[in-house]
Design a protein around this ligand. Structure first.
Ligand SMILES: C[S@@+](CC[C@H](N)C(=O)[O-])C[C@H]1O[C@@H](n2cnc3c(N)ncnc32)[C@H](O)[C@@H]1O
Length: 174
């Protein structure tokens, strides 16, 4: 499969995970091909998405799973039960392929390991830092942790990434 032209800084490795972060000031639509590509190319069978939102990334993951005839591989979490994405996926009659969870990502009680975890929820530095601490260990060895708008100065969360990937678990002072 040909790698998509744009988008993430791919392939940074924490030793256990591959980490991708999307470009500054980007729209999710610029990355859907990449999300699909990573999921499919690396044969990700279990995916956890934080932030269903409008369902664009949800659909990219679902399509990559359906293309491999995997119909129970995606969990999508949003704090808002009325987020548009659920309706979008229902309209496409793909809702059976995703398990919806309404929860705050930091309060969610979830176990297990995933081939791919996509973080696209709150975006604030403190929350994202905590999300990284919570969810990075749930990525299978060799799996993917993907963060949207991660290097966007408007969200100021690049520091969280650096703290985690280069110095072990985040240190709020660094
Ligand atoms: C930028 S949108 C996600 C976009 C989505 N990935 C897409 O492709 O359409 C962010 C979503 O995260 C949700 N969210 C914000 N904070 C959250 C939290 N702490 N836990 C879970 N979801 C959260 C919001 O309700 C919103 O729907």
């Amino acid at each position: 499969m040909k790698r998509p032209k744009e988008t993430c800084h791919l392939g940074k490795s924490s030793g256990h995970h591959q980490v991708a972060m999307t470009n500054e000031y980007s729209y999710i639509h610029e990355h859907l091909e990449t999300l699909y590509f990573i999921s499919k190319e690396f044969n990700c069978k279990s995916i956890l998405e934080i932030g269903t939102g409008d369902g664009d990334s949800t659909l990219a993951f679902l399509e990559s799973l359906y293309d491999r005839e995997i119909y129970n591989g995606l969990i999508s979490v949003d704090i808002n039960p009325k987020c548009k994405g659920r309706k979008v996926i229902e309209e496409r009659q793909m809702e059976n392929g995703v398990h919806w969870i309404t929860a705050d990502s930091l309060k969610l009680d979830i176990q297990g390991k995933f081939d791919l975890i996509f973080i696209d929820g709150d975006h604030g530095e403190e929350v994202v830092t905590k999300e990284i601490i919570k969810y990075a260990p749930m990525v299978k060895k060799g799996g993917w942790l993907i963060l949207h708008d991660f290097t966007n100065p408007a969200y100021n969360i690049f520091k969280s990434y650096c703290s985690w990937i280069f110095k072990g678990y985040p240190n709020y002072d660094c």
